[in-house]
Design a protein around this ligand. Structure first.
Ligand code: ATP
Length: 542
């Protein structure tokens, strides 16, 4: 069991030195997992303590590398601005009204001129706007008044092909007065402080000002993530961002708890674990910190997706519905980046619920024979991103909820299972639940008085919510089927359909329900149920 440990740790460290952080983290996880599996067997041995301390040391190394990787990631997402914005120096003309600035471009991918002059109009940086009280920033040497208008009216050069993801900034406001501290600190000092200034990191102001954010939220609308990343909508990750927004972003899931029958215990657990931390963040601090992730597991068709949507609706969060199999197959090769963008996007739209459906497809056990390198990398990226959720360094990440669902909890990777700290069993509906389900699905139909609800509840034992929905759908078609059977001999055509159209809407009777129950079988076997219950006993939360 431990034979591979030295090699794994060695490779983990080497990968870290080479900057291959995801691989390194993955190997540390494997090494820690090996010790975890070995520990129970040497509980009474004198070496036990030494193994525990080795494990703690490895965990510390893992944690340090994880933080390093997160920092690198942050740099990457705040990476340098487009080449044409990397203006390093600015010269103010003597008139101090109109002038030129020098720019020097360091991006090697940029094929335009590497140096040049730009023009600006307006009051230069070092003079506050006339209506700005001097003393409001006089005490802070790092705070300069912002220019009242963009200093460059020249046409933008074409955007170079390979640009990193950068957040964009809103156009400077006339009263915006906090450009970041002067950059280029390491460079040689400007010869004339009064008329030469570093044109400091324009991308740093890219995050929307709080006031603007709040105003937008107040209107119930946020500008899109794509716009915030690429103001002109074009960039290397445009396709992926658009795919995320198109396929996975559901701004209005619009399902409430009352639409979901039964599952009262699961509803309560989810509200406590997921909803309350978003609604009262001040209370959920320290030991009460929210769970990093919540897993819903249970037989198919029991309402897991509905519950996730209801949580998103109640918490008024933006909802990302990520089907892990789509993520893995459709975006093969890009999935890892997609996961990173997904969490970036979730931060942008926070508060956000990220729901990973079929998480076992993405987070299956590592080391499986059919596991490919790409899927290993995606898994590691997910683990790293999930570690960042709720981190104290990042306010926005505290307002991200990670929910996951699976029908195969026993296939989950251990490391992922650890991060899905709360594991909620979503069982088949109880007697009361099935009655409620029949009521919900037959509610909109006209029914005859002979409907025997007790009979329906009894005969649907072992049916899932989805099975019952199918029974009701099938029953609802019965009157039409009967009518069609009557006229089938005459042949079905538009004219005949027109004649019978008003006659098919007859009340649903008990015979229709009985027939539908015969047509639709239960989809979950007793063996499967036993397996869920065993897993619940071992790993579930109550
Ligand atoms: N408790 C429930 N209340 C109301 N409808 C339900 C319930 N459970 C299941 N359904 C019905 O079953 C359908 C499938 O539910 P849902 O997609 O939430 O199940 P799931 O557990 O996520 O399934 P899977 O594991 O296969 O993804 C729903 O569209 C709904 O019609």
């Amino acid at each position: 069991m431990l034979a591979q440990l030295p090699t794994t740790v060695k490779m983990a460290r080497e990968h870290a030195i080479l900057g291959l952080y995801p691989e390194s983290l993955q190997m540390f996880e494997q090494a820690i997992g090996m010790i975890d599996s070995y520990l129970p067997s040497c509980r009474n041995s004198p070496f036990n303590q030494r193994w525990i301390s080795t494990k703690n040391n490895l965990s510390e190394e893992y944690e340090a590398i994880r933080k390093l990787y997160q920092t690198v990631r942050r740099f990457q997402s705040n990476s340098p601005p487009p080449a044409y914005m990397q203006v390093q120096e600015r010269q103010i003309s003597p008139s101090e009204q109109n002038g030129v600035f020098q720019f020097a471009i360091s991006n090697p991918n940029y094929r335009g001129p590497a140096k040049g002059l730009g023009r600006f109009e307006g009051v230069p940086f070092d003079r506050p706007p006339a209506n700005e009280p001097m003393d409001s920033f006089q005490n802070d040497p790092d705070v300069w008044p912002a220019p009242p208008m963009l200093p460059n009216k020249q046409k933008k050069p074409t955007r170079p092909q390979a640009q990193p993801v950068v957040k964009t900034k809103p156009p400077p406001q006339s009263n915006q007065r906090k450009p970041p501290a002067p950059a280029n600190k390491g460079q040689k000092p400007a010869p004339e402080p009064s008329n030469i200034r570093n044109y400091d990191k324009p991308w740093r102001a890219n995050t929307k000002p709080e006031g603007e954010k709040a105003a937008k939220k107040g209107e119930g609308e946020k500008s899109s993530f794509l716009e915030s990343v690429y103001p002109d909508g074009v960039g290397p990750d445009t396709d992926l961002i658009q795919a995320l927004e198109r396929d996975m972003l559901d701004k209005n899931p619009n399902i409430c708890f009352d639409d979901i029958a039964d599952l009262d215990e699961a509803k309560m657990l989810l509200q406590e674990a997921v909803l309350l931390p978003i609604l009262m963040p001040d209370f959920f601090k320290g030991i009460r910190r929210p769970w990093r992730g919540v897993l819903m597991f249970g037989p198919p068709g029991t309402g897991k997706t509905m519950l996730a949507k209801a949580i998103a609706t109640l918490g008024e969060t933006t909802f990302f519905n990520v089907s892990a199999s789509t993520l893995g197959s459709k975006w093969r090769g890009e999935s890892e980046k997609l996961v990173r963008l997904l969490f970036e996007m979730a931060k942008f739209y926070a508060p956000t619920t990220i729901f990973f459906d079929e998480i076992d497809a993405l987070g299956g056990k590592r080391g499986d024979s059919n596991e490919c390198e790409a899927s290993r990398r995606v898994k590691t990226e997910m683990l790293v991103q999930m570690d960042g959720v709720g981190s104290s360094e990042d306010e926005e990440s505290k307002r991200i909820i990670v929910l996951a669902a699976t029908n195969r909890p026993w296939d989950l990777d251990e490391a992922l299972r650890r991060r899905l700290e709360k594991r909620v069993y979503i069982p088949l509906p109880s007697d009361n639940g099935r009655r409620k389900l029949f009521e919900i699905y037959l509610n909109s139909l006209e029914k005859s008085d002979d409907i025997n609800w007790d009979y329906l509840v009894e005969k649907s034992q072992g049916y899932s919510g989805a099975d019952i929905a199918n029974v009701c759908r099938d029953a609802a078609m019965m009157p039409m089927r009967k009518k069609l059977a009557e006229i089938r001999s005459k042949g079905i055509n538009a004219k005949i359909i027109e004649q019978i159209k008003d006659k098919v809407n007859v009340p649903l009777c008990m015979d229709d329900m009985k027939e539908a129950l015969n047509n639709v079988s239960r989809s979950v076997s007793n063996d499967d149920l036993g397996r869920y219950e065993e897993w619940m006993k071992e790993f579930g939360s109550t």
